[in-house]
Design a protein around this ligand. Structure first.
Ligand SMILES: [Zn+2]
Length: 402
């Protein structure tokens, strides 16, 4: 068999971080985590490697107690077999999703069990927000005296620095150059990793895809996260792509590409940005006909517009259809620029998917992408755009370091 397959990569740019991220070991661990419990034979087949290579890789991890091997009882079809899974007794992971409106802190284990989620309104000042998040992380440590907190993963609505320690800029929060890692490092030596929320959501969706994939690898896709703003996460060559060199951490800032010349003013200082027309938050303004609310009038929020559309309100349906149209126009541009035809939609917008999907697809069909076969747009899981993504950032970092 071809062991070289494990190193296969259609993309030859800068890897996400120094370390074994792209190594065969990491792909193997990702597959075990996504598909556990899994037999050695299954791993070998899906990654196209020898069973002996699998054994060589998992042996030290079983010896150190990170992986466990159990007998799976015969089910009448298959004989009893040995299956591998991660051991949850040793470590746990904390996730912090700093959202524009609300934030979440929670924990997970290597088997993917998500517990202890707290949700709070994001404070206006960054220092208070970080202090609150840190208190919740400290609480998680207190509640888990028998397990070690291995990594804290943080997702932010903006750009992270090349070392993934700081938030460079979050336009919707107006937060700039924040040392998040230091603020959340609950004890000396604790790893804290900061990632863009769309990249985090892409990592979450990638795990879901690995579970169902034949080759056990992350497939290439573009993730479009639409909530308060719009962000794009990229999985290229079976790895998350963040940009390279001094601008690593900013790839995917498509929310601020101009889509209407001289259009609506944006928080970034420019006009006509995509997120002013196709984010979930932009629905309120579209619904109101882009005029301010009159006295005694309140602009409905996105979820309220979806509820109204559900009961047949025409104005709500038209609003969501326009969002779908603008979203499709932007997505066609992104597909053309990146050259990957598979798109996953994430974020609050997913709640209105059934009203958005058709106008979105029509907008893409009108574009040059529509003349090409094989493009697909699907809705992802809402959890990935919130705490799920932040936790994924933490676990990925841990696996990359094993
Ligand atoms: Zn903008």
């Amino acid at each position: 068999m071809d062991n070289g397959l494990l190193y296969r990569s259609e993309f030859t740019g800068t890897p996400r971080q120094p370390g074994p991220t792209s190594s065969k070991g990491n792909q193997l661990l990702r597959l075990i985590r996504a598909a556990q419990p899994i037999t050695r034979v299954d791993i070998a087949e899906r990654l196209s490697i020898d069973k002996s290579t699998v054994t060589e890789n998992v042996k030290p991890l079983i010896a150190s107690g990170i992986l466990r091997e159990d007998m799976m009882p015969a089910d009448g079809v298959n004989r009893r077999s040995r299956v591998l899974s991660f051991n949850d007794d040793k470590v746990f992971f904390a996730g912090v999703n700093l959202g524009v409106r609300r934030s979440q802190v929670g924990m997970t284990t290597l088997s993917g069990e998500m517990t202890e989620e707290v949700d709070f309104e994001t404070p206006k000042t960054a220092s208070y927000a970080l202090r609150l998040a840190r208190e919740h992380v400290d609480n998680l440590i207190k509640k888990n005296p028998d397990r070690m907190l291995a990594v804290v993963g943080v997702s932010v609505p903006g750009m992270s620095d090349p070392d993934r320690q700081r938030l460079v800029f979050a336009p919707n929060l107006k937060w700039k150059d924040l040392d998040i890692a230091s603020a959340l490092r609950a004890h000396e030596g604790l790893r804290v990793v900061v990632d863009n929320d769309s990249t985090a959501a892409a990592m979450y969706e990638a795990r879901v895809k690995i579970r169902n994939s034949e080759d056990g690898l992350m497939s290439n896709f573009i993730l479009v996260r639409s909530g308060t703003g719009i962000g794009v996460g990229l999985v290229l060559g079976s790895e998350v792509y963040r940009g390279s060199g001094s601008v690593r951490g900013i790839a995917g800032e498509f929310g601020h590409m101009t889509i209407v010349a001289g259009g609506k003013a944006c928080v970034c200082g420019n006009r006509g940005c995509w997120e002013q027309y196709a984010s979930a938050a932009s629905a309120s303004s579209l619904y109101m006909g882009d005029r301010p609310a009159l006295p005694g009038e309140t602009a409905p929020r996105f979820v309220e517009i979806v509820s109204k559309a559900e009961v047949g309100d025409v104005r709500s349906r038209k609003t969501l259809e326009r969002i779908g149209d603008y979203l499709g126009i932007g997505i066609a541009n992104v597909i053309m620029g990146i050259g990957i035809p598979r798109v996953i939609i994430s974020g609050r917008l997913v709640y209105g998917w059934k009203f958005i999907e058709q106008p979105l697809n029509e907008a893409i069909r009108r574009s040059i992408i529509g003349k090409i076969d094989g493009w697909s747009i699907e809705a992802g899981e809402p959890a990935g755009s919130a705490l799920g993504g932040a936790l994924e950032v933490a676990v990925e970092e841990y696996l990359a370091g094993l």
